[in-house]
Design a binder for this molecule. Structure first.
Ligand code: SF4
Ligand code: SF4
Ligand code: SF4
Length: 767
């Protein structure tokens, strides 16, 4: 199970919840982003609540904010920073107090504050809200200090009066009588438990304290004496004043509690946020300035609408899976952690964990290289290890893999007439399932082009087991493949499928693996290639070729040699999208897999040239005209089949194609007896397009139906429908029960419906 520390580390890698640039740069961290969102939708009260929550004196600071955050605004690169101060002012001028921050129960400790500028007032206000009473010694100044010099139009005098009233209402004592000289200061230090003194307090240089020794984090000058405010030499900044008062309050509160003065204060003042916000594709919009001294509502809304509401979400913007579950990785890892922590009961996140295509795109786009693929794969492995993986999650895909690894497809041969192999062609189960004719021609081409013998290995690379999180099964498959390849003399592996290439080059570093595209690029193309269509295509990289630049380049070179006019779709090469097949997404979440394929298809308006059989078939199924590049290099003899019009073969046909490929090769090349087909394969089915679609969606194969009909016709265990000629029959070959509605027609059976379930019915026990 994921350790707490691992969870924390992963959570920290996803920076989506980090503060927006403006908020981090604000000395008191006003939530500018949320304020802008409220103003943009006309919710002035909502915006005011945000200011009331963070600003010590919103009526003052909302009118005088000197915008130290301005330069950090991400909009500064796209038309100009937001007019944050003017928006705050608009909000304050058009609202009244919306929330009163709470006051905590009273605490001990006598605190003296020397000076009555904004920083002192802030310190007193914050202390009062923490339940600590203080006395402000004003000396000969007026509360607010330099704020008193601002014109009435900027800061009405009554706001300062009200601020003082607020302090007094909270129990702060204002001592306006004492002349604070060096002696008086000493006696205040003696009488009080903590003292805060303003750095520009008149006469401070005569007090026996060294203000050059102030600790920047704690503002401690010595022992119980703390500083606040700005030095006289500093430019007056209301926001810095407020921040300094707030910091002094925090230090004094810690000091009186005997707590650490320094811990967890890194993000107290302005800091550089880790949040990443892309401005790619963001249109430049210049600021909307107020037509008078204060914005009208329309102007304020328009200006606030320029706010980018900064966030990262780079991975979510690209990934259909992350969008489907409406979260971002930081939240997902927490959910996955909680999912693992459940001892009994329903695991809410199982489906989510199994729905990621493990395509790795998120890691490429994330500024911190966060890999949801690794998180989901680890979670799947954990579920398998604990026996928590629902059987249905990947079963269909694993059975398909089993088929490809079985006698009806798996095969290993040296080139006909040779007893050694310099090369071993591994076409993979998906290309063989989608277009067996291309595989035959490609193999013949390789044999005639390459010297030293080109062996053939029909098999599955085992990736479904890897994707399903079944690591020990995957290890066993790899060991078996390796043993067979070693037995052939460890030839150079030539893969036709990007997934096989990715898997072989990662898992078998001791072998040399090359892609068919590199061979075709280097060795030349056959004479038989078809006439190329004149239109422009978009090339579509499969997600498993994401990190294989050499393969991507070779594909483009081959396409260029064929004379194709190519364009790149919006997400290409390293950024490419999954087609919905990766990670067995199609098995765990077919609806999401369809959406994922559709999104990949929608990245371009052109017809697509694919070089992965599953991408081709899934894009075709999504309605996009897509051809496999190999179909143009090795066209059908009469060039009658337009590669762009070839339909998605579907799951059943893919298995049939694999069997046919093996038997064809055995007969034609090695002159051997074909593999005997099982008895059920002679059951002829008549299936309408509509029912075919249904079967594909329900992941029911023709062979499941054939087995069911054969078993029930032989046993006579079938129900007849008195209203028509259809029978209903059920059969449980392994873990799933299939129900088929069928009627005999000329030489076969017409299928009206079929469905499956995992429940065991009483009569199944007798099977
Ligand atoms: S664009 Fe908006 S959220 Fe982003 S930094 Fe600027 S004000 Fe803040
Ligand atoms: S691995 Fe692919 S599908 Fe999974 S979260 Fe990342 S981008 Fe999305
Ligand atoms: S790209 Fe995704 S995972 Fe990475 S920081 Fe942004 S939201 Fe988090």
């Amino acid at each position: 199970m994921m350790e707490q520390s691992e969870l924390r580390e992963l959570e920290a890698t996803c920076i989506q919840e980090e503060r927006a640039q403006c908020i981090a740069a604000c000395p008191i961290h006003v939530d500018v982003k949320s304020m802008m969102a409220c103003i943009a939708k006309g919710d002035i009260k909502g915006a005011r609540k945000i200011l009331d929550r963070t600003m010590p004196f919103p009526e003052i600071l909302g009118r005088t904010c000197d915008q130290p955050c301005l330069e950090s605004c991400v909009r500064s690169n796209a038309g100009g920073s937001l007019c944050i101060g003017s928006i705050e002012r608009f909000c304050i001028e058009n609202s009244t107090e919306a929330i009163k921050p709470p006051k905590l129960p009273a605490k001990d400790g006598k605190i003296a504050i020397i000076g009555c500028g904004l920083s002192s007032m802030t310190a007193a206000l914050d202390l009062a809200r923490k339940g600590r009473n203080s006395t402000i010694f004003t000396g000969d100044s007026f509360p607010g200090g330099p704020l008193n010099n601002l014109p009435e139009s900027i800061l009405p005098a009554e706001t300062l009066t009200k601020a003082v009233g607020l302090l007094e209402s909270l129990g702060v004592v204002l001592d306006r009588d004492k002349n604070i000289d060096a002696n008086e200061f000493k006696s205040i230090v003696n009488d009080f438990d903590a003292v805060i003194i303003e750095l520009d307090f008149r006469g401070i240089e005569d007090f026996s304290i060294d203000i050059d020794k102030i600790d920047e984090v704690t503002l401690q000058i010595e022992d119980k004496i703390f500083a606040t405010g700005q030095k006289l030499s500093d430019r007056f900044s209301p926001m810095k004043q407020a921040a300094s008062g707030r910091r002094a309050c925090s230090s004094v509160d810690r000091f009186l509690q005997n707590a650490s003065l320094t811990s967890l204060r890194e993000k107290e003042g302005p800091y550089k946020t880790r949040l990443y916000t892309s401005t790619e594709g963001v249109e430049d919009i210049i600021p909307v300035l107020p037509s008078a001294s204060i914005y009208t509502e329309e102007e304020a809304k328009k200006e606030a609408s320029r706010c980018l509401l900064c966030e990262c979400m780079e991975c979510v913007k690209h990934c259909e899976f992350l969008q489907y579950y409406k979260e971002y990785p930081k939240r997902y890892v927490r959910k996955i952690y909680n999912n693992q922590a459940i001892v009994t009961g329903t695991r809410q996140s199982n489906k989510m964990i199994n729905s990621c295509s493990l395509c790795g795109q998120c890691e490429v786009v994330c500024p911190n290289d966060f890999s949801m693929a690794n998180v989901c794969l680890d979670a799947r492995r954990y579920m398998i290890g604990k026996g928590h993986m629902p059987p249905s999650a990947h079963e269909f895909a694993l059975l398909d893999m089993e088929f490809s690894r079985g006698e009806h497809f798996s095969m290993l041969k040296h080139e006909q007439g040779k007893d050694s192999s310099e090369y071993l062609f591994f076409p993979g189960c998906q290309l063989s399932g989608s277009d067996p004719a291309v595989v035959e021609k490609l193999y013949s081409h390789l044999c005639s082009t390459l010297s030293g013998g080109v062996g053939l290995m029909l098999d599955c690379c085992g990736i479904p087991a890897h994707w399903a999180g079944r690591q020990s099964d995957y290890d066993a498959i790899k060991a078996e493949l390796m043993e067979k390849i070693s037995g052939m003399g460890s030839p150079v592996i030539i893969t036709a499928c990007a997934t096989c290439y990715d898997s072989f080059s990662r898992e078998f570093p001791e072998l040399k693996t090359v892609s068919i595209w590199e061979i075709l690029d280097a060795e030349g193309l056959p004479e038989t290639k078809s006439d190329m269509p004149a239109q422009t295509f978009s090339i579509s990289d499969p997600c498993t070729a994401r990190h294989h630049r050499g393969v991507q380049d070779a594909v483009r070179n081959v396409a260029a040699k064929l004379g194709f006019k190519l364009e790149e779709p919006s997400n290409t090469r390293e950024m490419t999208d999954c087609c919905g097949f990766g990670g067995l997404m199609f098995n765990a979440n077919p609806d999401l897999a369809d959406k994922t394929a559709k999104r990949k298809a929608d990245r371009t308006e052109n017809d697509i040239l694919a070089y992965c059989a599953m991408c081709r078939d899934n894009l075709v199924a999504s309605g996009k005209k897509t051809a496999h590049l190999l179909e143009y290099i090795f066209p059908d003899e009469n060039q009658k089949i337009d590669p762009l019009e070839r339909p998605n073969p579907g799951f059943s046909m893919r298995q049939e194609n694999r069997s046919r490929l093996k038997n064809n090769l055995l007969e034609k090349i090695w002159k051997e007896e074909p593999i005997t087909m099982p008895e059920y394969s002679s059951v002829k089915l008549v299936i309408s397009d509509e029912v075919r679609d249904l079967l594909e969606k329900r992941r029911i194969l023709d062979q499941d139906i054939q087995k069911t009909i054969l078993a029930c016709e032989n046993s006579g265990r079938k129900l007849s429908n008195p209203n028509d000629e259809y029978f209903l029959a059920s059969h449980r070959p392994v873990r799933v029960t299939y129900w088929v509605e069928y009627k005999p027609v000329d030489g076969g059976y017409e299928i009206r419906n079929a469905y499956s379930h995992r429940m065991i019915l009483p009569e199944d026990y007798n099977d």
